[in-house]
Design a binder for this molecule. Structure first.
Ligand code: NAI
Length: 310
């Protein structure tokens, strides 16, 4: 069992977030707010600037948290002061205690990052990927054994500042000490973690996507309207959001990509993207226009309906 560094004092931990896009930047905010020192890395310097803007004044950024009274102005300032950024992968990985990879969903890119992380981060470092759809074992394939044993999935949900769940995904090779530390880290971030095996879609997306798929099928057959199906799940099942509201929130292009990946991986017809979803995405309906710049809307706008929240 690998003994990771004592996590009692989060300020002593050096966390490297590789890929500073939508998820990487927002996850950096969560780590920094909970006292970790973060170095964010991206190949694209514009993404570093954009990511820091998301952290400062994005919809769930620090300014908005201060305005809502969730944190004080001083806490926000301290969090910002804990985050540095770089375009150099080596600089980001050097002596890191915790590497969280959140780059684009491409297996070879992720594997290369872990190969380098195994070489130059601390030998006890936790090596986590935030992938939604790729197999963790496949990412680790071909890497040295002492790197593979430290690789696991740490799957955050968007927006990570708000969503309480973290799925910790273990392969057959992930070390128990690493997994134990991963769940301590999740707790330090104020999250609830669940431990899941490395199967396509893990647990939450697998179930969530099936609900969405069945909802789409009922809609396509004309059994009920978008609004009525959403109401069915909210009022009949106590879901906070209906399946279409949630799809619109996640982004319909993201949902389509996730379904395609899950279908390719499992060949299970239940995960095949619904044709209506393809139509919406190809016509520029990418989700809630308040959240997605350039989107014509989501299911509600496509069918000319009013959103419940409007
Ligand atoms: P994004 O496209 O916003 O960000 C990806 C970032 O990776 C970009 O800034 C890009 O410049 C950077 N990048 C590309 N190649 C790189 C390299 N070689 N080294 C360093 N950076 C590189 O994507 P997003 O949405 O943040 O997704 C990132 C990961 O998180 C993916 O694995 C995705 O499956 C996962 N995820 C996404 C969620 C979502 O709702 N968007 C939810 C949960 C997980």
């Amino acid at each position: 069992m690998i003994e990771t560094r004592d996590i009692d004092s989060t300020s002593n931990w050096r966390v490297s977030i590789i890929g500073f896009g939508l998820m990487g930047s927002q996850i950096s905010q969560v780590f920094a707010l909970h006292g970790f020192r973060v170095i964010g890395q991206d190949v694209d310097p514009n993404q570093l600037v954009r990511g820091m803007n998301i952290i400062r004044n994005g919809r769930y950024g620090l300014e908005s948290s201060v305005a809502k009274g969730r944190i004080s102005a001083q806490e926000a300032e301290e969090a910002i002061s804990r985050i540095t950024t770089t375009t150099s992968l080596d600089e980001a990985l050097l002596e890191s205690d915790f590497v969280l990879e959140a780059v684009i969903e491409r297996l070879e890119i992720k594997r290369e990052i872990f190969r380098r992380a195994g070489e130059i981060s601390s030998k006890q470092a936790l090596l986590a990927t935030n992938t939604s759809t790729l197999s963790i074992a496949k990412i680790a394939q071909g890497l040295p054994a002492n790197t593979r044993s430290r690789i696991f999935g740490m799957h955050f949900f968007n927006p990570p500042q708000i969503m309480k769940l973290v799925e910790i995904v273990k392969t057959d090779e992930t070390d128990e000490g690493i997994l134990k530390s991963a769940s301590v880290v999740a707790t330090k971030l104020g999250k609830t973690s669940i431990m899941v095996k490395d199967i396509p879609g893990f647990v939450a997306n697998r179930i969530g996507i099936l609900v969405f798929s069945e909802a789409s099928s009922l809609l396509e057959k004309g059994i009920a309207t978008v609004q009525d199906i959403d109401n069915a799940m909210k009022l009949g099942y106590g879901y906070p959001l209906g399946p279409f509201e949630l799809g619109d929130l996640v982004g319909l292009d993201t949902r389509l990509r996730n379904m395609q990946a899950l279908y390719e991986e499992t060949k299970d017809e239940r995960f095949k993207p619904p044709s209506l979803l393809r139509t919406l995405v190809s016509e520029g309906y990418l989700g809630d226009p308040k959240l997605r710049k350039g989107s014509k809307g989501g299911y509600y706008e496509f069918f000319g309906l009013k959103r419940h929240s409007d």
